[in-house]
Design a protein around this ligand. Structure first.
Ligand code: PMP
Length: 427
């Protein structure tokens, strides 16, 4: 048995910061990251055997819970046939058909290996299709780490206090216009300034990389109208929200139709998968049918396709989305009433299977400026008090929490009991 502390020391000698993705390092919340040995259902177990109720779920993919038998079985069945062919397979068609069925705005879909690749490729496609260079994104939204998108990006970049990263040439960043989430006037202003230069607008339909911020009523529809008016490709980034906010993604939940959609996380059931898809006319503009280049050696990997197909098939079963949303609501409202009991100002926001807790007097948190006003120190204290009691929340005040179908009533009760203790100590 090796402690997480010892593993972290060892890791830092060979891996930058000891981690393969920055938010894992606990930089924002302080302390030593826990090293995971194994996971099962709603639980993860660290290298010392301690069990935690997990509300990170590998940052979203584990919507059915860890090690779900249907997914494991599909992966094990697929392995003996070979790990990668770099040639087409029938499984790719099956997954593509299911995605097109579940997300009606998607007519054609291309598989990639991560969310970053999905958004990067969708943006290149939109630029090629419109023959324009500029893009619009929103402050606090994160869409992966490609150059055009690391401009005032959220997620790890926010936590580390680097709104845009060194290494991104100014010449790239200048094509990225950053608007204010939930503020349609900031978007109108951008379009009025560059009426025929904006290739695409990309948005998280529920922002999950600055904690959890739902769109205001009519905001997404307003974006749709502006994009149509200015001939701009409307991209809804459902890497986080896809199959979690609703089976058809946040776009069906809010009744808005994008031109392109990006997917990741759940679509791979825990294996490295992303996808982008949408209108046939635009999607046919990528190679080999069109001139915009995009490719991938491991794209449509057979094991990943088997895992994704099993995950989406299982998740599609009747009642699952309602259960996910219901459990999330019970947990979120539970946090809120306990905070009220202890006179701790707290705002909770949730949609479908994702939630956010903000230590703030504000009744609503609607954009990055509002998030920045929250008490990050209080979050850090709360995070560690929960961790000590075996509750694993996202190690950052800028990340949403994720519910899974494996969480049961007892898990939620235990979580709220732990929160009750934590709040009592924080008074
Ligand atoms: N888009 C969104 C909305 C995301 O939340 C993320 C990752 N959290 C990405 C894109 C990038 O995905 P990946 O980490 O798989 O590259």
């Amino acid at each position: 048995m090796t402690t997480s502390h010892a593993l972290f020391e060892k890791a830092q000698k060979v891996i930058p910061g000891g981690v393969n993705s920055p938010v894992r390092a606990f930089k924002g919340v302080g302390g030593t990251p826990i090293f995971i040995e194994k996971a099962q259902g709603a639980y993860i177990f660290d290298s010392e055997g301690k069990r935690y109720i997990d509300y990170v779920g590998s940052w979203g993919p584990m919507v059915l819970g860890h090690n779900h038998p249907t997914i494991i079985d599909a992966v094990l069945k697929s392995i003996p046939n070979g790990l990668s062919f770099g040639a087409p397979t029938a499984k790719e068609i099956e997954l593509a058909e299911l995605v097109c069925k579940l997300v009606p705005s998607i007519e054609l879909v291309r598989m990639v290996s991560s969310g970053t690749e999905a958004t990067m490729s969708a943006i290149r496609l939109a630029r090629g299709y419109t023959k324009r260079d500029k893009i619009i994104k929103f402050e606090g939204c994160y869409h992966g780490h490609s150059d055009s998108l690391l401009v005032k990006a959220g997620s790890g970049a926010l936590t580390l206090g680097q709104p845009s990263s060194p290494g991104v040439p100014e010449d790239f960043a200048k094509h990225t216009l950053t608007c204010v989430y939930n503020d349609i006037n900031s978007v109108k202003a951008a379009f009025e300034q560059y009426p025929d230069q904006i290739a695409c607008l990309i948005i998280e339909p529920v922002a999950g990389n600055m904690n959890c911020i739902p769109p205001k009523e009519g905001f997404l529809q307003g974006l749709r109208e502006l994009c149509t008016q200015y001939g701009t490709v409307f991209i809804i980034d459902e890497v986080m929200t896809g199959f979690r906010v609703a089976l058809g993604g946040a776009q069906t939940y809010y009744g808005v139709t994008p031109d392109l959609t990006t997917l990741g996380k759940i679509i791979g059931g825990g294996m490295p998968v992303g996808a982008f898809g949408g209108k046939k006319e635009i999607m046919e503009y990528i190679a080999p049918t069109g001139p915009v280049y995009q490719a991938g050696t491991l794209s449509g990997n057979p094991i990943a396709m088997a895992a994704g197909l099993a995950c989406l098939t299982e998740l599609s079963k009747s009642g699952n989305q309602e259960k996910l949303a219901n459990q999330t609501q019970i947990l979120a409202q539970g946090f809120k009433s306990l905070a009220d009991k202890h006179n701790i100002p707290l705002c909770v926001q949730y949609v479908g299977g994702m939630f956010g807790i903000f230590f703030t007097e504000q009744e609503k948190v609607e954009n990055y400026q509002d998030v920045a006003k929250c008490d990050a120190e209080k979050f850090n204290t709360f995070f560690h008090k929960m961790l000590k009691q075996g509750i694993y929340l996202a190690p950052s005040a800028f990340e949403a929490g994720f519910m899974s179908l494996a969480h049961n009533e007892e898990d939620i009760t235990l979580t709220l009991k732990a929160a009750d203790h934590a709040f009592a100590e924080m008074k």
